[in-house]
Write a protein that binds this ligand. Structure first.
Ligand code: GN1
Ligand code: MG
Length: 356
């Protein structure tokens, strides 16, 4: 670790370096230096990100572009290495990068109120607006087919067929739950391919804990985790945020009776998102937002399920059946959204009408 820390142009000498945050993919540390400067150091997950150089090119371009704009949001700033690069490679071939730690910010694992969730929606909506003229073609696809739900279903089938640990039989009902909804779950990728939905530059990983809130004002301060900023659909960002933040329980809750979609949170996110970027969304994009919530929930559910079947190689786990527990909460949420589907549509219509 000392060797890695020495590669970055930190202000002062490193006093402490400790594990930080709750990400499921990269490994994150907080670095404290003499003179009180603080940084975030991350080891990039090579199972997820096959081309780390391209990933870092994206982040460099996006952060530079956003820093040049007047915005209520603060932008992440990469720390250069001693040889003037944005990352360093250690002797094991692992890639590391560092950011300035944004001061006075807190991450939330669940919204404390609908106001928090409204704020998160405004942040992701503004983020998308800030990148609306970004040259999308210059961005690398950091994870191929990331939110291509049709391809995610294909990958699930592939894992079920390979079944390396013999786990597939025990999760038959979860597999069937997904496959019986295949048609509907493919709806966003179909509408993208026909041009009914426009491609935008989106964040693609809009979990609540990827927003930093100002610890004093409670306002959203900064959008984090830029690894998957790529061309995508507005429904991905809306949907992924709702599936995480509008759930009444944690993503890995074991007691499924606690897991439901909280419609007041859903409504708050809808309001914030439309307030921030509704002006540029097409009528069709707005219409599919609830579908985005359902599809993104099912999609991450099938990703957790695939990873469980594969032997837990993608998402970090902290207990043996962690990915299975995560799968079940997501499928429970999908089922609950189906139960509340008419109400979700009705709320959308009301919120849109108010803004007309
Ligand atoms: C991962 O890295 P983190 O924890 O912000 C994942 C998301 C999933 C999420 C599920 C690059 O996000 O796609 O929705 O876990 N990120 C990547 O909690 O795969
Ligand atoms: Mg994250």
């Amino acid at each position: 670790m000392q060797q890695i820390l020495r590669q970055f142009q930190f202000a002062g000498s490193v006093v402490r370096c400790e594990p930080f945050g709750n990400g499921h993919v990269n490994r994150t540390y907080r670095v404290v230096c003499s003179g009180a400067a603080e940084y975030i150091l991350q080891r990039i997950n090579r199972v997820a990100f096959r081309k780390p150089e391209e990933l870092m090119e994206n982040i460099e371009a996006v952060t530079r572009y956003m820093a040049a704009q007047q915005s209520a949001l603060q932008t992440l700033r990469l720390v250069e290495t001693v040889d003037g690069r944005t990352f360093t490679v250690d002797s094991d071939g692992e890639y590391w990068r560092a950011y300035d730690l944004v001061r006075g910010g807190v991450c939330l694992e669940a919204p404390r109120s609908t106001d928090d969730f409204y704020e998160a929606a405004v942040a992701f909506g503004r983020f998308q607006m800030a990148l609306s003229d970004f040259p999308a073609a210059s961005l690398h696809e950091t994870i191929a087919h990331f939110h291509d739900t049709c391809d995610r279903i294909r990958q699930l089938r592939e894992s079920v067929a390979a079944d390396p640990l013999g786990r597939a039989q025990s999760v038959r009902s979860e597999i069937d739950f997904i496959l019986s909804r295949e048609q509907e779950l493919g709806e966003l990728c179909r509408q993208l391919s026909t041009g009914e939905l426009p491609l935008r530059v989106t964040h693609n990983d809009t979990k609540l804990n990827n927003v930093l809130f100002d610890e004093n004002t409670g306002k959203a301060k900064c959008v984090l985790d830029l690894d998957t900023v790529m061309p995508g659909l507005s429904a991905y960002d809306f949907g992924d945020a709702v599936r995480f933040g509008a759930s009444t329980a944690a993503e890995d809750e074991k007691d499924l009776s606690k897991v439901a979609i909280d419609l007041s949170m859903y409504e708050a996110f809808l309001r914030g998102y439309l307030d921030a970027c509704g002006g540029v969304l097409t009528a069709r994009e707005i219409e599919v937002l609830p579908l985005g919530a359902k599809i993104m929930t099912a999609e991450v559910g099938m990703r957790f399920l695939k990873d469980y079947i594969d032997g837990d190689i993608y998402f970090s786990i902290h207990r043996p059946e962690h990915n299975l527990d995560r799968t079940r909460t997501q499928l429970k949420l999908v089922a609950d959204m189906e139960r509340k589907w008419d109400e979700m549509q009705w709320i959308l219509r009301c919120v849109v009408k108010e803004r007309a």
